[in-house]
Design a protein around this ligand. Structure first.
Ligand code: SF4
Ligand code: FES
Length: 248
């Protein structure tokens, strides 16, 4: 297969970026999108040009690093798929593919397709944990958890922190991400002692980072590679309201 790639090149955070066109041929249909960029970069290095900088780590759909816009959609044209799990057979031979970084003020571009997502780390540091005494692990049967709650908590915990929800949202809202991280603990007995403080602290940090408000558009959930449900946002809003009322 061969493609024309229009890739966003940006030297650093403060320099203006622009699209640069590249031609690539001999692409195997079963290559992942990242493997295709690897081939492009090998060609660029051979020609003495600077390779395209992009984030990646696990290449198994579990780390959330491979974040980029492909043809106007986070992680490309397939539903519930990360860029590393997207294959070139999903594109038409000869197609022009446009590749951009996430566009959101709290995610400044570091270089080319790499953005700084440390805002997510700071939100987790603000409360996305439980405080426990370390020691021997408790017998799992000692804390009974309803099957429904365990399933919902597990589904929320599937969030890989990729930031596609923010990138897809017209308001650059991080509500889906934050609500998934709040919910995974709010649904379990272990998350109860710090439940109210957690939601207040994480929402405050989210606002401090400059993420926009949620207007219930739903683009976040539609583009999420882990199909995190909007129900988590409703749960977080309820928890926040209860926390605010009981704190007064
Ligand atoms: S909610 Fe979905 S889109 Fe947002 S960070 Fe988590 S996995 Fe990525
Ligand atoms: S590289 Fe880890 S999810 Fe894609």
């Amino acid at each position: 297969m061969k493609f024309t790639l229009k890739i966003w090149r940006q030297k650093n955070t403060i320099t203006a970026g622009k699209f640069v066109d590249y031609q690539i041929s001999d692409v195997n249909a079963d290559m992942s999108f990242l493997e295709m960029i690897d081939v492009l970069n090998e060609n660029l290095v051979r020609k003495g040009e600077e390779p395209v900088v992009f984030d990646h780590d696990c290449r198994e759909g579990i780390c959330g690093m491979c974040s980029m816009f492909i043809n106007g959609r986070p992680h490309g044209p397939k539903q519930a798929v990360t860029t590393c799990q997207l294959h070139m057979r999903s594109f038409k031979n000869g197609e022009t593919i446009v590749v951009e970084p996430w566009r959101a003020k709290p995610f400044p571009v570091i270089k080319d397709l790499v953005v700084d997502r440390s805002a997510f780390d700071r939100i987790i540091s603000a409360g996305g944990f439980i405080s426990v005494n370390t020691g021997n692990a408790q017998d799992a049967n000692a804390i009974p958890i309803a099957k429904e709650n365990a399933d919902e908590s597990f589904a929320a915990a599937a969030c890989i922190g990729c930031g596609a929800c923010v990138a897809a949202c017209k308001n650059a809202s991080a509500m889906l991400f934050v609500s998934a991280k709040v919910s995974q603990l709010a649904l379990l007995p272990q998350g109860q002692p710090e439940r109210n403080q957690r939601v207040m602290d994480m929402v405050a940090q989210m606002d401090n980072e400059g993420f926009g408000a949620c207007t219930n558009t739903g683009a976040c959930s539609a583009e999420c590679p882990k199909e995190i449900s909007l129900t988590n946002i409703a749960r977080m809003n309820r928890d926040y309201l209860v926390a605010e009322i009981t704190a007064k």
